[in-house]
Design a protein around this ligand. Structure first.
Ligand SMILES: Nc1nc(=O)c2c([nH]1)NC[C@@H]1CN(c3ccc(C(=O)N[C@@H](CCC(=O)O)C(=O)O)cc3)C=[N+]21
Ligand SMILES: [Mg+2]
Length: 297
C-alpha cells in the first residue's frame, strides 16, 4: 500500500480562488474590500518570509494588505498602542501579530489587546472560549486548514478515533476541539504521554504538531490512517551541499507512506492551508463587522 498524498498546495490555491471571487463580488455590491493588518516585530528571517507570503496572497485575493514592521527593540507599550490604533481603524478587518515576539514583550497581553472581532488568528481567549463552547467566533487557521485537508479525503469524520500529538494553544488544543465538533473520539498526547507509539497506533486520524523533526515513525501508524503533519522544521541537508537546509515535518513521511492511507507532505501540505484560512478568516471578520452576508466558501 502506498498512501495518497494530500495536496495542500492545490487545495489552498482552490480556496484562495474562491475567496478572491467572493471579495470581487462583495466589492461590486458594497464598493469596499476587506483589509488585513500584519504586524512584524524584529527581523526573524523565517517570520519575514511568512509575512511576505501572507501580504502577497492577501493582495492576490483582492484584499487590502497593511504591513507594520517594527524594530526588534519595540516596547510592549509601543506594540499595544499600535494594536489600539488598528482596533479603532474601520478599514482594518483583521489583525495578525506575527509570533514569536521578542522577549521583552508579553505575547498573551498583546493577543488579549486585539479586538476579538478582528482576531483572525483566533488566539484571543474570547475566540478560544467560543471554540470550546461551540458558539461561533474566529477559529485558528492551522487547525481549520487541517480539518479541510482531512475532509478532502474523508468527508464524514464522525466516529473516527483521532489522536492529536501536541497541546499548544495555537494547534493542539483547538485541533482537538474541532475534531470533537466533527464527532471524532479524541485523544490529546504530548511530551509526557506514556507509550506514545502505542497511543498513535490507535488513530484513524493522526495529527502531529510537536515541532520535532520526523519524530513520528512508520510503525506508529495504523494501516490506512489519515496522517496530518503540522510540523515545519528546517534541518541541515549536507547532501544538498555545504550549509544547505531543507524542510521536514514531524512525521517520517517516506516511512509513513507505506502504512498510512493518506498523508500531507511537508512542504506543500498544512503550511499553504494556514495562509488560505487566514484569508478566509479575514473575509469572515469583514462580513461580520460590516453586516455583509457571508459568502459560502
Ligand atoms: N500570529 C501568527 N499566526 C500564524 O499563523 C503564524 C505565526 N504567528 N507565526 C509563525 C507560524 C508559522 N506559519 C506558517 C504559515 C505558512 C507556512 C507555509 O506556507 N509553509 C510552506 C513552505 C514555507 C517555506 O518554504 O518555508 C509549506 O509548508 O509548504 C508555514 C508556516 C504561520 N504562523
Ligand atoms: Mg506543510
Amino acid at each position: 500500500m502506498t498512501a495518497t498524498l494530500i495536496d495542500g498546495k492545490a487545495i489552498a490555491e482552490n480556496l484562495r480562488a474562491r475567496i478572491g471571487a467572493s471579495v470581487a463580488a462583495l466589492r461590486a455590491e458594497h464598493g469596499d474590500t476587506p483589509g488585513l493588518a500584519v504586524v512584524l516585530v524584529g527581523d526573524n528571517p523565517a517570520s519575514q518570509v511568512y509575512v511576505r507570503s501572507k501580504a502577497r496572497q492577501t493582495a492576490e485575493a483582492g484584499m487590502r494588505s497593511i504591513e507594520h514592521k517594527l524594530p526588534a527593540e519595540t516596547t510592549q507599550e509601543e506594540l499595544l498602542a499600535l494594536v489600539a490604533r488598528l482596533n479603532a481603524d474601520p478599514q482594518v478587518d483583521g489583525i495578525l501579530v506575527q509570533l514569536p515576539l521578542p522577549a521583552q514583550i508579553d505575547a498573551d497581553r498583546v493577543i488579549e489587546a486585539i479586538d476579538p472581532a478582528k482576531d483572525v488568528d483566533g488566539f484571543h481567549p474570547i475566540n478560544a472560549g467560543r471554540l470550546a463552547t461551540g458558539t461561533g467566533g474566529l477559529v485558528p487557521c492551522t487547525p481549520l486548514g487541517c480539518v479541510t485537508l482531512l475532509k478532502s479525503v474523508r468527508p464524514d469524520l464522525a466516529g473516527l478515533e483521532a489522536v492529536v500529538v501536541g497541546r499548544s494553544n495555537i494547534v493542539g488544543k483547538p485541533m482537538a476541539l474541532l475534531l470533537i465538533a466533527e464527532s471524532c473520539t479524541v485523544t490529546v498526547a504530548h511530551s509526557r504521554t506514556r507509550d506514545l507509539a502505542a497511543v498513535c497506533r490507535r488513530a484513524d486520524i493522526l495529527v502531529a504538531a510537536v515541532g520535532r523533526p520526523e519524530m513520528v515513525k512508520a510503525d506508529w501508524i495504523k494501516p490506512g490512517a489519515i496522517v496530518i503533519d503540522v510540523g515545519i522544521n528546517r534541518v541541515a541537508a549536507p547532501e544538498l551541499g555545504e550549509g544547505k537546509t531543507r524542510l521536514v515535518g514531524d512525521v517520517d513521511t517516506k516511512g509513513a507512506m507505506a502504512t498510512a492511507g493518506a498523508i500531507t507532505p511537508v512542504p506543500g501540505g498544512v503550511g499553504p492551508m494556514t495562509i488560505a484560512c487566514l484569508l478566509a478568516n479575514t473575509l469572515t471578520a469583514a462580513c461580520a463587522r460590516r453586516g455583509w452576508a457571508a459568502p459560502a466558501l
